[in-house]
Write a protein that binds this ligand. Sequence first.
Ligand SMILES: Cc1cc2nc3c(=O)[nH]c(=O)nc-3n(C[C@H](O)[C@H](O)[C@H](O)COP(=O)(O)O)c2cc1C
Length: 154
Amino acid sequence: MASFYLIVGSVMGTAEQLATAMSEKLAECGHDVLLELNYQRGQLASELDRHLIIISSTTGMGDLPANIRSLDEDLRLSPPNLREKPYHLICLGDSNYPNFAAAGFRLDESLQKLGAQRSGELLVLDAQGDEDRAQQLQNWLDQLLNQLSEGSAA
Ligand SMILES: Cc1cc2nc3c(=O)[nH]c(=O)nc-3n(C[C@H](O)[C@H](O)[C@H](O)COP(=O)(O)O)c2cc1C
């Protein structure tokens, strides 16, 4: 069994809905999930022994949603030691906007600057994409679950 810390950034509920489905699927597979829908300063430091998954939309003019902004503050102002800390990142956006998924990309940069290591590719879910986002996320999660069962997931 693995433990996950799943941090969500969402304004209108899409990322939250996807995260809730992901959390249910992980729990069905016997994993322990802490679903964080309203991140507060300092929380990441207490959960570093869990696998970290962040899923966030972009809002405003390329900004992070309010319910995950404190994570960005932590990373800028008082980061825990994230050297070699693996993380998974899923960015939601809409390619009709000029700052497509920009907040997610910036979060990725901040994590990497602190020495954290993204596991696999960034999953970018475009509201304008042809593929169903829930299905894309499901495929991504199936891959992660396979890696976990093979013992190769970071
Ligand atoms: C007011 C507003 C501003 C947005 N700004 C951006 C943006 O700058 N870049 C982007 O890629 N998507 C932008 N979006 C699109 C959202 O990221 C996209 O619809 C996403 O799926 C919403 O997820 P959520 O329901 O979890 O917040 C914006 C949406 C709204 C309503």
